[in-house]
Design a binder for this molecule. Structure first.
Ligand code: ATP
Length: 237
């Protein structure tokens, strides 16, 4: 299997607070990899450290065989890594189509086909393409955030809590599309989720992050069977 990303011993701080305490993980091409962890475990910090929004104090991050730690976020997007942030962060005063175009700001070429591809996966965005993104529901904003990420034609997509604030039904819908994008568009995914049940049924491989450290790793099938995962993340007794 080809490695798309390798993270080694990454440490990231907020001032004196050490949020990542030597994180190492790998993402193979074609996989969906999930990172589970409670509130404050460091999941968002890890995503920001990968996409260049935060600089690690120590450690290395390789993407496609090239070091990306220390690079600027726009350089990292250009290399094929898109970050769909927690809370969607769509541009509320721009239309849906303008938001999608923003996702392609760092690349050239025909973006029309890519917009059409996003509309194929999310027909509701096509219907509402001329409306301001601020008027969309939470689920639709999540679709738009994913669509905007796709516009960069990423090889690897970081998804931070796509289910946040969504109903169980919408969560299922979003995750079904994530699976399809992975299978049909060959987008490798690194997915942060608090909804362990959905994440472990969507991803191939998983890591558990606790207080800034990876404490468990394995195939999602193995993780689903683990007593600790069942007790602490799946809520079974
Ligand atoms: P959540 O699910 O709540 O987003 P998380 O796993 O993504 O949690 P992070 O947001 O990465 O966790 O936070 C990791 C640690 O860093 C926590 O202890 C948090 O309090 C701390 N932290 C996060 N952001 C800041 C900040 N801006 N300033 C100081 N400390 C922060």
């Amino acid at each position: 299997m080809t490695k798309v990303m390798e993270i080694r011993n990454v440490e990231t701080f907020y001032g004196a607070i050490m949020a990542l305490r030597g994180v190492s993980l790998e993402v193979n091409e074609g996989e969906i990899v999930t990172i589970l962890g409670a509130n404050g475990a460091g999941k968002t910090t890890l995503m920001k450290t990968i996409s260049g929004l935060m600089d690690p104090e120590k450690g290395q991050i390789e993407f496609n065989g090239e070091r990306i730690d220390g690079k600027q976020p726009d350089q990292i997007v250009r290399m094929g890594l898109a970050h769909v942030p927690e809370g969607r962060e769509v541009f509320p005063y721009l239309t849906i189509e303008e938001n999608l175009k923003m996702g392609a700001y760092c690349r050239s070429g025909n973006i029309r086909d890519d917009i059409d591809l996003v509309y194929e996966y999310f027909p509701i965005l096509k219907e509402r393409r001329s409306q301001s993104a601020g008027f969309l529901s939470g689920g639709q904003q999540q679709m738009l955030a994913i669509g905007r990420g796709l516009m960069a034609r990423p090889k690897l997509m970081l998804l931070d809590e796509p289910s946040l604030g969504l109903s169980p039904l919408l969560t299922q819908e979003i995750f079904a599309i994530i699976k399809r994008l992975n299978a049909e568009q060959k987008v490798t995914m690194l997915l942060v989720e608090q909804n362990a049940n959905v994440a472990l049924h969507t991803a191939h491989t998983g890591y558990v992050l606790e207080m800034g450290r990876i404490v468990m790793a394995g195939s999602c099938e193995e993780l689903r069977k683990s007593d600790d995962i069942q007790e602490f993340y799946l809520g079974r007794q």
